[in-house]
Design a protein around this ligand. Structure first.
Ligand code: SF4
Ligand code: SF4
Length: 266
């Protein structure tokens, strides 16, 4: 059984996988797995872009997002047009998908697209036509950073053990496994308004409602970052020698958060 392993930390957002998918499928007929993909509007391999934080503490993160080739696939429960191959790839039969525009609604991941010109519902095939010739899916083959991998499940046991899947609460059991999915961060800057200068080496203590505490120090620009933070409610204590301690309570973290400037008084 085949799996995709996606290491988000290695993805540089080059969009090459998305383009390679189009190069493989636009105007190319890969029956019995897919009719040609139209040249616009379809993203069988989609690069999701998300901005975390607020200016100037912003991080742009990219997540490659194909069909999840679910083992317990909602699409297969809703329509016979979908089937699973022995190697685990889920195919939307290009003949059974004809005239069935409502199939775009059956996938909770938004992986099914409608091809108006050919009157057919379509999605990622995992490049089944290449895989059965012992080749990699085009997106994986293109990816130069190693962010995308594909192969036999047993060869990726170590990666899978540390991975996450998309929306596990849906119970779909995806065959696309993610490493280093983006987590939240809290950032800010510590400064002395009287001297109008940043404070280097201030100690910042972040405590969650779960009682877990972590520490960091402001850098030469007065900046600090707590990375890979889970959503939750936090309090932050800022200490620096010669300054009054400042505490910020009830920081409700749902998205990455730039606290902004934290002034310390002597
Ligand atoms: Fe990321 Fe690789 Fe796709 Fe480029 S080709 S966007 S590095 S996954
Ligand atoms: Fe089906 Fe959507 Fe899962 Fe792909 S991601 S197997 S189309 S439910």
């Amino acid at each position: 059984m085949k799996v995709f392993v996606v290491d988000v930390a290695k993805c540089n957002g080059c969009y090459g996988c998305q383009v390679a998918c189009k190069d493989e499928h636009v105007d190319n007929d890969w029956m019995p797995y897919a009719q040609p993909q139209p040249d616009t509007g379809h993203f069988w391999m989609k690069l999701k872009e998300k901005t975390h934080g607020q200016v100037p503490k912003v991080k742009l993160e990219y997540t490659p997002y194909p069909c999840m080739h679910c083992d317990d696939a909602p699409c297969m429960k809703k329509s016979e047009a979908f089937y699973k191959r022995e190697d685990g790839l889920v195919i939307l039969d290009p003949v059974k998908g004809e005239g069935q525009k409502d199939l775009v609604e059956v996938c909770p991941y938004g992986a099914v697209y409608w091809n108006d010109a050919l009157n057919v519902a379509q999605k990622c095939t995992g490049c089944a036509h290449l895989v059965e010739e012992g080749q990699l899916p085009r997106c994986v083959d293109f990816c130069a950073t190693g962010a995308l991998q594909f192969g036999d499940e047993e060869d990726f046991a170590e990666e899978i053990a540390q991975s996450e899947t998309m929306e596990p609460e849906w119970g779909t059991h995806p065959r696309v496994y993610y490493l280093n999915l983006p987590k939240l961060f809290i950032g800010g800057e510590v400064w002395d308004p009287e001297q109008d200068e940043v404070i280097e080496g201030a100690k910042l203590i972040l405590t969650g409602t779960d009682g877990l505490t972590r520490e960091t120090h402001s850098d030469a620009f007065g900046d600090f970052w707590f990375r890979k933070v889970e959503a939750g409610t936090y309090s932050l204590k800022v200490e620096a020698e010669g300054y009054q301690t400042v505490t910020k309570d009830r920081i409700a973290l749902k998205e990455s958060y730039n606290i902004g400037d934290i002034p310390l008084k002597k």
